[in-house]
Design a protein around this ligand. Sequence first.
Ligand code: ZN
Length: 80
Amino acid sequence: MIEFRVNGRRVPASRVGDEFARALKNDIKREIIGNLRRVRCPVHHRPVSNIRVSESAGRIEWSGEVCCPRLQQEFDRRFR
Ligand SMILES: [Zn+2]
């Protein structure tokens, strides 16, 4: 019998595709959150907080809270 593991978890062969897609998505989410948290407010030196990453209709969207408009400007400058 062939055993498949995705991120150390055993999954049935028939579900490897699903599990792999989910693991990949989780990796992508982690990566996005990591990138977002590297951006810091030039005034308060704080990163964005309460980051939420979601996926809808194949698009990844994120939201978070900023300490002030300067941090918002940093995001606008870098991600647009
Ligand atoms: Zn700030």
